[in-house]
Design a protein around this ligand. Structure first.
Ligand code: AMP
Ligand code: ZN
Length: 111
């Protein structure tokens, strides 16, 4: 756990979240500022700052499996999966996370 990491603190229960799904290694919760009717964040409980900061294929596989499992559990068939990597790409929380957006038409390309 990284002491000053928001999402590590959510995993630890020190900061509350609206939980959507949880396994031993994965946590999915509702984004506090939803950008779509369904906006979930899926994280691995092990801290890694961003996609480019890890080469751990097991962690990445578990994260992606977590995404497809939570989407399936929530009955989502059409959704957009986003990982912002780095500040210029819009990353604001430096604990790797995948956004699942669903429930409205999603345009391409994104802004
Ligand atoms: P990103 O900009 O890709 O790093 O995404 C970070 C996301 O975390 C944003 O969509 C925020 O709205 C969301 N967020 C920030 N704080 C919280 C929180 N306490 N609980 C849930 N989501 C949060
Ligand atoms: Zn963290």
């Amino acid at each position: 756990m990284a002491e000053n990491c928001l999402f590590c603190n959510i995993v630890a229960g020190a900061i509350p979240c609206q939980k959507a799904a949880e396994t031993e290694r994965i946590l999915a919760f509702h984004d506090i500022h939803p950008q779509a009717p369904t906006h979930l964040l899926v994280i691995h409980k092990t801290h890694t700052a961003s996609l480019s900061e890890t080469e751990d294929a097991t962690l990445l596989g578990e994260l992606m499996t977590g995404v497809r499992e939570v989407a399936s559990e929530k009955g989502l068939t059409d959704y957009r999966l986003i990982i912002n990597n780095g500040p210029q790409a819009g990353q604001t929380v430096f604990h790797l996370h995948a956004h699942i957006l669903a429930g409205r038409p999603l345009h391409w390309p994104p802004g």
